[in-house]
Every structure is written in C-alpha cells, then in structure tokens.
Design a protein around this ligand. Structure first.
Ligand code: GTP
Length: 212
C-alpha cells in the first residue's frame, strides 16, 4: 500500500498574480504494482494541464487561460494486463522562463508526452517538434518512451502520435493507457516475448471505439 499527497497546482495570470489554485491535499491510500514517471511537455497554452485534468478528473478546465508556474504532478493508477500501473504525471510549465526548473525533472522520467500546437503551418510545426525532441534527447533518459499529442497534424517521425482533445476527452485516456502499457511491457518483458507495438495498439483501440 502506498500513501500519496498531491501538491498544490499554482497557476498564474498573465500579469503575474497567482489567483487560481486547485486544492488537492487529500491523502489517499492506493494500491499499485508498478510505478512510472511521465512528463507532459510542450509550449505554453498547448493544453498540457487540460489534458492531465481530463485524464485525472474527467473534466475540461475551460475559462481563462492561467499558465502553470514551475511544475506539478498528479497520480493515476490504471489497470494494464491485470497489473495496477501507477502513472505519476508531471505537468510542466511551457513558458521559457521555467525551462531550467523543468529540465531537472527529465532524467527521472520513463515517459514523455509532448503536446504540439494546433493549426500551425507545417514548417512551424516541424520546428517546434524538433526543438522539443532536441530537449528530450538532451535531458531525458536515452530509452525514454515518447508520445506526441496534437490536433489535425500528421507526423512521420516513427514516434507514436495521436490527435486528442482535452475539451471533448477524445483519445486522452487512450494516450495515457498506451504509454502505461508500453512502460509496463518494457519493465516485465520476457526475453522471447514479442515487443509491444504501441502504434498498433493505438490504431486497434481507435478502430474499436469507432474514433477518427
Ligand atoms: N477548445 C479547446 N481548448 C483547449 C483544449 N485544451 C486546452 N484548451 C484551452 O487552451 C488553453 C491552455 O490550456 P492549458 O492546459 O492551461 O495549457 P498549458 O499547456 O498547460 O499551458 P502552460 O501551463 O503555460 O504550460 C486554455 O484556455 C484551455 O481552456 C482543447 O482540447 N480544446
């Protein structure tokens, strides 16, 4: 059994005043078999906090945009092949001025989910993607599991990619489940067992749900 205490999520308005705090101090006993750290990366306002809140609480954080200050995390336990997998998901501030704070956390994470901006020109999209992949390669573990989330853009980088919406919830649960499965398979894989194919899993699940 493990006990956890989530930290405060401190959000900041454009003028720098901290006015919105998601209060989550409850202590909850939750059982899990295996735990992984996953970081949410991406430029400011791409929707990292909203995706995490959608996954954790099933709600959409609408209203005025309030930027994350520094870094925060939420835990969620998901079931993967009869194992309880705890994902400790780190929500990083996208603003450049917090980069030195967030870089310090890359090394401990087994998974990275990078959110990419919607509706930008392909050349800009590729520039942003390359910048984030360069950051990941510089600061993260060499064998970190990477997933890209975005909207209406197709990527040919051999990295699992999904279109998601924190607003409608489409594909959010699937994205986190897929990364939990990949991490669990890597951690428990027997020598002769075939590798888990994360993109195949994603496609099969999308097909099942009749989604996009
Ligand atoms: N329509 C729509 N709006 C979204 C969606 N996801 C996020 N938003 C909006 O986009 C804005 C930014 O969302 P956040 O999740 O706070 O962005 P962030 O990436 O955490 O930003 P930083 O904290 O600065 O790194 C908010 O106004 C959200 O309401 C989505 O799927 N659809």
């Amino acid at each position: 059994m493990s006990t956890r205490k989530t930290s405060l999520t401190d959000k900041q308005t454009k003028n720098g005043t901290s006015k919105y705090v998601l209060e989550r101090c409850a202590s909850i006993n939750e059982y899990y078999d295996i735990a992984f750290k996953v970081m949410l990366l991406g430029d400011s306002a791409v929707g990292k906090t909203c995706v995490l809140v959608r996954f954790k609480d099933g709600a959409f954080l609408g209203g005025n945009f309030i930027a994350t200050v520094g870094i925060d995390f939420r835990n969620k336990v998901v079931e993967v092949d009869n194992l309880k997998v705890k994902l400790q998901i780190w929500d990083t501030a996208g603003q450049e001025r917090f980069r030195s704070v967030t870089h310090a956390y890359y090394r401990d994470a087994q998974g990275n989910i990078s959110l990419l901006p919607q509706f930008v020109l392909k050349s800009l999209f590729l520039r942003i993607l390359t910048a984030w992949l360069t950051e990941i390669h510089e600061y993260a573990q060499k064998d970190v599991v990477i997933m890209l989330l975005g909207n209406k853009v197709s990527v040919g980088y051999g990295i699992p990619f999904m279109e998601t919406s924190a607003k409608t919830g489409v594909n959010v649960e699937l994205a986190f489940l897929a990364i939990a499965k990949e991490l669990k398979h890597r951690a428990t894989q027997q020598p002769n067992e075939p590798r888990f194919q994360i993109q195949d899993y994603i496609e099969a699940q999308k097909h099942k749900s009749g989604c996009c």
